[in-house]
Write a new protein. Structure first.
Length: 521
């Protein structure tokens, strides 16, 4: 049995040993994913004036320090990474350069301060008195927000290149395979791995008894988080099967079959339905329609707090559908909907900056609510400022890809990441969990949007060309097009000013390349 504190303190050394022979992108993925999935829950080291050191903060700090050394030139993995991806693979600066993500980051900081300023009053609860927030709590909230978005900042700076995105997808596939094996073990033997390894149990036993079997827990705080991670790993593995051909595609499809089996046996209906909807879309839908589908689903998920009080969302129909499957599931869903309505009314009393922490948003007169969805927790604690800041940073790039994918030559790697984030957006409606793996994927998409179009020859970033129009010609060769990301190479000074671009195909394109482009569309 490993002492939990010893496991937490040894993680930086483990990551350092791993990173000595691998790229910075691989080290970041290993630190963030590995720490979240395998370090113990409910164990932390509380230091004064610092955010507690736990399985979320220690991997984030470790990856950040490693990247600082790599950028300064003292870390060998940095040179390896740059040589593989080109001189402009790393994004400039540690914070986003675009206006929108900068504004969302500012909302997090300003919202954390204003939440404290507007919640200095005392709340008399059912059996306790909650004091008002102190100015010290503002600094603590800012620090918590910073630690939370470290994976996003690192993903945006170091994992924006398509090769870095593929590496992240491979990391999800490998981690999902390992977790699938552990989940199948707990399905048969009961969720005891955390207790046997670290001597701690992170959840109530009765929550993971399902019929004649068990719902796996592994090393996470709840079985629902295991299921949604397996669903994300399944989606990314199916996406990798679409990215490759030949034997690699067969291998990824075999892994996808295993992950689907593990997801079914994990006994989580919500995660299974998400995977059943998104996997066929990822595997068969053309890229243009794929971006449309992801943007539409994410938009509905982001608008759920606004639509919650209207008749657009059929709450009774959802409960009846759950009742047709299981009375227990219908009772649980009805219980969630009831408290969602109560907490939404509570949040509307302080809509801009919320009620703050310490459970101030949970007191409903004579009873204390039990929240489930991440959206209602954040809306109650931080108001609309905190909700837009956090959910915007995580999911807005999925929507922006719909307008930028053709102009910037966004490839299937980004589409697969967008699909995994779409699954997370749907899951966060009934469940909580803005976990580090999701922030890492979101940061990778923000960085890819910053890079713009990438030339294949030099792997270097190029500015957005001015829009041009070409006329069709009956004779003579047409301008050549890139087989993966169609674009027209022309002189910026000679291009006429027009906001529309008409793309044409080479008449001497080999049949194999023509088929590749047709399948890609």
């Amino acid at each position: 049995m490993i002492p939990p504190i010893a496991a937490l303190l040894s993680w930086p050394a483990i990551v350092y040993v791993f990173s000595r022979t691998r790229t910075v992108a691989a080290a970041i993925t290993f630190s963030i994913l590995g720490g979240y999935l395998f370090l113990p829950e409910q164990s932390s080291i509380d230091l004064p004036a610092l955010y507690e050191l736990n399985k979320i903060s220690i991997p984030a700090y470790t990856a950040l320090i490693l990247c600082v050394f790599a950028v300064s030139g003292t870390g060998q993995p940095g040179a390896i990474h740059q040589a593989q991806m080109g001189a402009n693979a790393w994004r400039a600066g540690w914070f986003p350069q675009a206006t929108l993500p900068r504004a969302l980051l500012m909302m997090l900081v300003v919202g954390a301060v204003m939440t404290v300023v507007t919640n200095r009053d005392t709340i008399i609860g059912v059996d306790e008195v909650l004091p008002g927030l102190r100015l010290y709590d503002a600094g603590s909230s800012i620090l918590v927000a910073f630690v939370t978005i470290i994976p996003l900042l690192l993903g945006r700076k170091f994992l924006a290149h398509p090769e870095g995105q593929r590496l992240v997808l491979h990391g999800f596939c490998i981690a999902g395979t390992i977790y699938g094996l552990l989940a199948l073990f707990e399905v048969r033997m009961s969720p005891q791995l955390s207790n046997w390894t670290y001597g701690v149990s992170s959840s109530l036993w009765l929550q993971h008894v399902r019929g004649d079997g068990y719902r796996p827990l592994v090393f996470l705080s709840h079985g629902l988080r295991v299921s949604i991670f397996l669903a994300a790993a399944l989606i990314t593995t199916v996406g990798l099967a679409r990215l490759y051909v030949g034997k690699p595609r067969i291998g990824f499809m075999a892994v996808s079959t295993f992950l689907f089996l593990a997801l079914v046996l994990s006994k989580s209906l919500g995660a299974l339905m998400i995977a059943l909807v998104l996997c066929p879309i990822m595997l068969f839908m053309p890229r243009r329609l794929l971006f449309f589908a992801m943007a539409g689903i994410v938009s509905v998920a982001l608008l759920y707090p606004v639509l919650r009080g209207t008749a657009i969302i059929p709450l009774d129909g959802l409960v009846n559908f759950a009742n047709s499957i299981s009375e227990e599931r219908a009772h649980s869903l009805s219980y969630r909907f009831y408290f969602e309505g109560q907490l939404l009314e509570r949040a509307q009393e302080r809509p801009f900056f919320g009620w703050g922490g310490w459970g101030r948003n949970l007191y409903l007169g004579s009873e204390v609510a039990v929240p489930d969805g991440a959206w209602i927790i954040i809306l109650g604690q931080n108001g609309w400022t905190g909700f837009i800041g956090r959910f915007g940073l995580m999911f807005f790039p999925v929507v922006i890809l719909l307008w930028r994918w053709r102009r910037d030559g966004i490839g299937m790697e980004s589409a697969v990441i967008a699909a995994a984030l779409t699954a997370a957006a749907v899951d966060l409606i009934p469940n909580s969990g803005l976990t580090p793996d999701k922030w890492l994927l979101a940061g990778s998409l923000w960085g890819r949007l910053e890079m713009g179009r990438i030339t294949e020859s030099a792997n270097e970033e190029v500015p957005d060309p001015p829009p041009v129009r070409f006329q069709y010609r009956r004779r003579g060769p047409a301008p050549s097009l890139d087989t993966e990301t169609p674009s027209v190479t022309t002189s910026a000074s000679a291009a006429p000013s027009n906001r529309y671009t008409r793309q044409i195909r080479r008449i001497d394109t080999p049949p194999s390349q023509a088929r590749t482009r047709k399948q890609d569309r």
